[in-house]
Write a protein that binds this ligand. Sequence first.
Ligand SMILES: Cc1cc2nc3c(=O)[nH]c(=O)nc-3n(C[C@H](O)[C@H](O)[C@H](O)COP(=O)(O)OP(=O)(O)OC[C@H]3O[C@@H](n4cnc5c(N)ncnc54)[C@H](O)[C@@H]3O)c2cc1C
Ligand code: SF4
Length: 838
Amino acid sequence: MELSGTDWSSEAAEGVPGVPPQREHLVVIGNGMAGCRAVEELLARDAGRYRVTIFGAEPHVNYNRIMLSPVLAGEKSFEDIILNTHQWYRDNGIELIAGDAVVSVDRAAKRVTAASGRSVAYDRLLIATGSDPFIIPCPGHTLDGVISFRDMHDVDRMLAAADAGGDAVVIGGGLLGLEAAHGLSLRGMKVTVLHLMPTLMERQLDEAAGWLLKTALEARGQTILTGADTAEILGDGKVEGVRLKDGTTIPASIVVMAVGIRPNVKLAREAGLAIGRGIHVDDHMVTSDPAILAVGECVEHDGNVYGLVAPLFDMCRALADGLVEKHSGYRGSVTSTKLKVAGLDVFSAGDFSGGDGAEDIVLRDASRGVYKRVIVKDDRIVGAVLYGDTGDGGWYFDLLKRQEDVSELRDLLIFGQAFASGGGAADPKAAVAALSDDAEICGCNGVTKGQVVACIDKGACSLDAVRAGCKASASCGSCTGLVETLLAVTLGDAVQSGPKTMCKCTGFGHDDVRREIVAQDMRSIPEVMQKLHWSTPDGCSSCRPALNYYLLCALPGDYVDDQQSRFVNERMHANIQKDGTYSVVPRMWGGLTNPRELRAIADVVEKFNAPMVKVTGGQRLDIFGIKKEDLPAVWADLNAAGMVSGHAYGKSLRTVKTCVGSEWCRFGTQDSTGLGVKIEHMTWGSWMPHKFKIAVSGCPRNCAEATIKDFGVVCVDSGYELSVGGNGGIHVRATDFLCKVATEAEAMHYCAAFIQLYREEARYLERTAPWIERVGVDYVKARIADDAEGRDALAGRFLYSQSFSQDDPWAERASAHVQHAHMAEFHPAKALTDGEPA
Ligand SMILES: Cc1cc2nc3c(=O)[nH]c(=O)nc-3n(C[C@H](O)[C@H](O)[C@H](O)COP(=O)(O)OP(=O)(O)OC[C@H]3O[C@@H](n4cnc5c(N)ncnc54)[C@H](O)[C@@H]3O)c2cc1C
Ligand code: SF4
């Protein structure tokens, strides 16, 4: 059939059998989910009202785009996902012009023209052009083998690539990327997913659920790289691999780009309609031209654009009402997402960002891989995230949309609809009391309720005593809540509370958490929170920095530091002062400096108008009054003069203070300055439970005040006296004598071993002084002075971990490459504030 130039104007259609000439002509651009649904809604209200013509760029009838994933995965064929057959179009007198994209809209003449040249007049025009996939414009993005995931054509290309076998890289760890990865992996390809953000599907899932998803996908054989920034797609004409900005190269025969979509507004823009992020529409889906309507992903309503079908269908109802003059109006949509990502159930709805006044109710079941979180504000549900068991998603969403008062249900809300509406006992204590004696309480150790109660009857009156007596709750800890309830039910007020917990987010103490991190080989903060049943989604300002430190200490070189879990001083590599400016302390090894460094400091002071420079108690120069936005430039200038960060802000090695020593002083017995410099070179950059200070004095006159430092060396004629656990702060404490050694090398070796013992065993924010008072100096002597083998092992572990930690944060962050990424940390998602002075 010759299509080009055919005139399908409404006048030309007059006289078509069965088409009354007075009907207005509705032309639809876009034969997708919204365009077709709008027509269906219109037909349901008044089938005879309009004569309808639909243009579709794709050469198909209307199909269910959501089901492209099962087609890719081989679970369905294209025929299975067709929504409206050719017969449907014929039966409803709709002219479908498929495979011919509209290229222009002439609003004055009320006429559209398609790529083939076909021109059609309209009375009403409906634009439903959906979205375009976003392609990262990195080098190589136009190579053959770079595919988006939007329509049937893309699926056909992926299937052809999968038939040839090989490796696939999927860029984007959102819903679409993960669906593509799942499909390609089921089709036999080796798949790597690259995701820029730290957790998968961060827009739908919180950190905990994102981590669970990643773990499950990895268990299915996919490689998931988070924090992965694509630098280049490699290949000569055709895709051969992907290079990341950190230099990693991944081989690939196809690259699927699924990094986001943009409303397709090209036609509307060229036609001169009002455009924001999408085509502006009012509550009746009418654009800035009253004859033109728009619906679907291409529109912006009240500042919002949508990328899921449910809101689009709401719009279609309002639009159809408007076309038959009922004018119900669209008021925007609250979205929920219930998805099966690669066969795994996830659900999210509303706002799960937390924030002021929001309370989290969290349930974690590590053994079943279940995570549930409901966010409540002013007794109303504002958001929900479910992973693994999404059965109650609809119920939470309904309560959220209706803004129901949930104060009565609060305690039972997290257990789901059946329990909260009385399907289970309304009182959790009564529910536990009603369990039979044979009911299993602790799955790991096979302990029944009868055995736990017998243990309590024999005198165990605390959680620890039950753990020791019958092993219930002594392994993964998931039954801790049940055991505590049994204690309460059996003993009432006679229950003894356990050791102090880390914070309100967990029932475990610091030592338990550290032990379990090592025993269960846990590798990330979300993993610890899931396995140890944290009661909050992301922890708090007490536990997050502690967990970050414990993981850093347990997994040197392996664990990636979580900047968001650091206090403001540590994120800014400077000390925040009371007026909001920062002070910066460059490192001066052992307190030594030279003209070049002094000049660089003077230049920085002038250039950034620093109002004060002060010599610190630790023999360094502190530059005050630097504005936050100037910090990267200050780091860069100081770094260019060879100076590195002094870590004066960190829970880490601060300074090694020295006296003049034998080189200049009349009393000095050893080169205390030289030894201090060497010790500082060995220990700088090391993260600690708290700040850590060292000093070396050249004789017992002790001018460097070594006996109030965390580790002190006093040189004497016959060697070096080592002492530990001193503090010159609020509670002044003199050091405890550790031992005396003969050589500098030994002094440094003992120092490394002591630091590592403290790093491995002290609790976060516990300085050496209270730690030693808690464990006893004899214990420290036994581990460091008396146990040569243990000392060597500790020192070895310290030096090994130092091989990964002595990267200067200033040098790293001031370089042009990462400055941009780091600047984002100047506006952290979770602001932790630290009350402790520098
Ligand atoms: C693989 C995949 C899985 C998805 N899974 C889900 C899910 O699980 N849940 C969910 O809610 N949503 C999901 N979505 C999103 C959902 O499919 C979209 O929100 C929905 O299809 C948008 O409808 P639309 O009509 O606005 O756009 P589309 O359905 O994309 O339709 C737009 C149509 O307009 C055509 N067109 C564009 N320009 C022109 C032109 N100039 N002339 C003629 N025709 C033109 C396009 O070819 C296209 O056919 C998924 C999307 C994809 C791609
Ligand atoms: S501690 Fe001894 S060696 Fe050092 S400066 Fe004082 S007197 Fe001199």
